[in-house]
Write a protein that binds this ligand. Sequence first.
Ligand SMILES: Nc1ncnc2c1ncn2[C@@H]1O[C@H](COP(=O)(O)OP(=O)(O)OP(=O)(O)O)[C@@H](O)[C@H]1O
Ligand SMILES: [Mg+2]
Length: 409
Amino acid sequence: MAAPSKASAAPAAGATPRGAASPPDPTAAITVVDLHKSYPGRGRGARPVPALAGIGFTVPAGTVFGLLGPNGAGKSTTVKILSTLSRADSGTASIAGYDVRRDPGLVRRSIGLVTQKSGTDLDATGRENLWLQGRLYGLGGPRLTRRVDELLDRFDLGAAADRLARTYSGGMLRRLDVAVGLVHRPSVLFLDEPTTGLDPQARSAMWREIADLTADGLTILLTTHYLEEADRLAARVAIVEGGRVVVEGSPDTLRSELRGDSVNLELAAHPEGDRTHEGAEQAARVRELLAAVPGVLDVAVEGRQVRSRVSGGAATLPAVIAALDGAGLAVASATIARPSLDDVYLRHVGRRMRPEARSGDPDAAANPPDTPPTPDTPRTLGTAGQPGTTGQPGTAGEHGSGTGQGDVR
Ligand SMILES: Nc1ncnc2c1ncn2[C@@H]1O[C@H](COP(=O)(O)OP(=O)(O)OP(=O)(O)O)[C@@H](O)[C@H]1O
Ligand SMILES: [Mg+2]
């Protein structure tokens, strides 16, 4: 095995991949540069499936970094490459100063991995799952016993510690997954969709756990569909689309870069179903009407919901309502708010993310690509909820568990 590439004097500095465009950042726990990856297509003559198209970002040590993107954006593929479960076709990445390709063993020692699909053994107890993970990392004896007890306690699993994991609730299982990822005290933790499918109460419990983890100096790479999750937990977020970063920054900075206000309307009625011909026609009509109103910057329509960004909320709202009213489209309710991460997403990706629909509604999981945004020109945006062109809604994360050809077993 090649000598570790970690430089002793300046740990992370030695990690900068050869050929990196920018100089090394000595405070980075994760450095990703220009990763590309395609999966082989299924069947003879099938075209390769592109997954990553130059993704790159840097995560400072001790922070939470959010990779935010819709189904098929490439989030899990990135996590798999960073955790040495898969190899990139090109580009470089390092974790805690170790290059993922040259020093995979050292990378594995430095990381904890919570995969999108739970890796818990359902036929073992919570305590046994933790113990087994510790043994895999060469731990044992009273030290491991103490560590297991500490984690059971910390993740509120003490009372259920000796029950089979298959009797756990979704939230308990996910907490156990995180605890298992922490047994060997990694410095970097990957959390791939830690709250997808959890009910709101379990989700906010998990958010509290994740927020507490950084107090210990842990670096966390969090992938999520949930804008609110990224907003609450991440010091920085990168919005990923089509295997590359579309925009990156702190949630506050990204929001503050959007001028104007967010105006959200609910139409009184709309033709049956979002996806019918009439629904699409009405959405197109609404977009056309609002694009013509002075001060309207972006518009997205989903069924009866109309979300727009306008240069001055209070001044523009009456004209917006009048334009719709004049076309026979009554407005049932209207709100004005400061731009949210949802608006940031809309601005840079060209459509809304619709996290709520994703976990349970495969049809709503991906939207067709729209016209690329152009800076500060009024844009009309597609209706969400049409059949998507990326990923395999509902299963995209499941086939991503290291089974594709070209993956490192
Ligand atoms: N093992 C695989 N074999 C073939 N194609 C794959 C495999 N894993 C992922 N893909 C494809 O690569 C692309 C990126 O998938 P990836 O799972 O990384 O996206 P994701 O952002 O994690 O999506 P999700 O939010 O649904 O989990 C998608 O088009 C997906 O269908
Ligand atoms: Mg995924």
